[in-house]
Design a protein around this ligand. Structure first.
Ligand code: PBG
Length: 327
């Protein structure tokens, strides 16, 4: 028998060797922590669909932001829960609404030590639960929605947001927001575009977190992407870059690693991925039943997202993983 010459195991022999040759490293700098903040709560309220996550009161939001900055996590993405909802989602652009107040206070507290990224959408603020304005037949009116997104963008930029994250999947949303920002003198405010966002069942736990119910048991398939399509994701991403996106995002993460990899190989802007509520909840639930080691699985999943090519990862595991990476 010929002697074996190729021995890849040589490089797996010790932890130091493995560290030396690791192609991918997950690091605290990659993480973005999602936070929910309520206009009405006086104390944080646990979210049963997302074990370990809460709807924050204004005060608990600030305390949690101190912990996040202390852990070295560079950024947060913010979701607001308004006191009142209406057909136009007025709360989203209200200068004294919850999201604008949260942005301003976080920037006053942390300055440039924290990148503040409000989710830019209407669904948390509309009484019908859709991400846009409805037309006479109950469908989402793309172009009327763009006008609202532009108003929300100005309000968020005025409050001091670093990056805006439009998540509604309306055609032309990045251009509408970019133009509105530039017209109002906010040329330094960037856009992290939810570029390839799929109509996924994995957003289920998030709906409870933000108290959103789509009227009539509806869904978002007329604006979010069909999970069957990968080439369409490339089209969406290239359009968003052309319209002015500074960072493009693929969402969800684990079920779309092929899309992340293809996008990362094709574009020259940073690529983000959203490890969404359902992905977090599944790991947590299996962990609670003792079926898996949840932290180990989380680390493996987030490493896979990075290996696929995303270098910005939005994840509900952000603080837990940051603590683990510091150990
Ligand atoms: C829309 C928005 C959603 C999520 C982020 N932004 C919900 C949706 O599209 O239905 C989902 C995030 C998650 O599931 O973690 N504002």
């Amino acid at each position: 028998m010929d002697p074996i010459t190729a021995r890849p195991r040589r490089l797996r022999r010790s932890p130091a060797l493995r560290r030396l040759v690791a192609e991918t490293k997950l690091c605290v700098d990659d993480l973005v922590a999602p936070l929910f903040v309520s206009e009405v709560l006086e104390a944080p309220a646990p979210i049963s669909s997302l074990p370990g996550q809460v709807q924050h009161s204004f005060d608990s939001l600030l305390m949690e932001s101190d912990r996040i900055v202390g852990l070295g996590i560079p950024a947060v993405v913010l979701f607001g829960l308004p006191a009142k909802k209406d057909a136009l989602g007025s709360g989203a652009s209200d200068p004294s609404g919850i999201i604008q107040r949260a942005i301003a206070e976080l920037k006053a507290r942390h300055g440039d030590a924290l990148v503040v990224i409000p989710d830019l959408c209407l669904d948390e603020y509309t009484d019908h639960g859709h991400c846009g304005i409805l037309d006479a037949r109950g469908g989402v009116d793309n172009d009327a929605t763009l006008e609202r997104y532009a108003q929300v963008a100005i309000a968020q930029a005025r409050a001091g947001a670093d990056l805006l994250a439009p998540s509604g999947m309306m055609d032309g949303q990045v251009r509408a927001i970019r133009e509105a920002l530039d017209d109002e003198g906010f040329s330094e405010t960037g856009i992290l575009a939810y570029a390839a966002k799929y109509a996924s069942a994995l957003y289920g736990p998030f709906r409870e977190a933000v108290d959103v119910e789509i009227q009539g048991g509806g869904d978002r398939r007329s604006y979010q992407q069909d999970p069957a399509n990968a080439r369409e994701a490339i089209r969406e991403v290239l359009l968003d870059i052309d319209e002015g996106a500074d960072i493009v995002m693929v969402k969800p993460a684990m079920t779309y690693l092929d899309v992340i990899a293809e996008v990362a190989g094709m574009v020259d802007v940073p690529v983000a991925a959203y490890h969404v509520s359902g992905e977090y909840a599944m790991v947590k639930a299996a962990g609670e039943r003792g079926l898996i080691d949840p932290l180990a699985v989380a680390l493996e999943q987030l490493l896979a997202v990075k290996r696929a090519g995303a270098n910005v990862i939005l994840t509900y595991f952000a603080t837990e993983v940051a603590e683990a990476l510091h150990r």
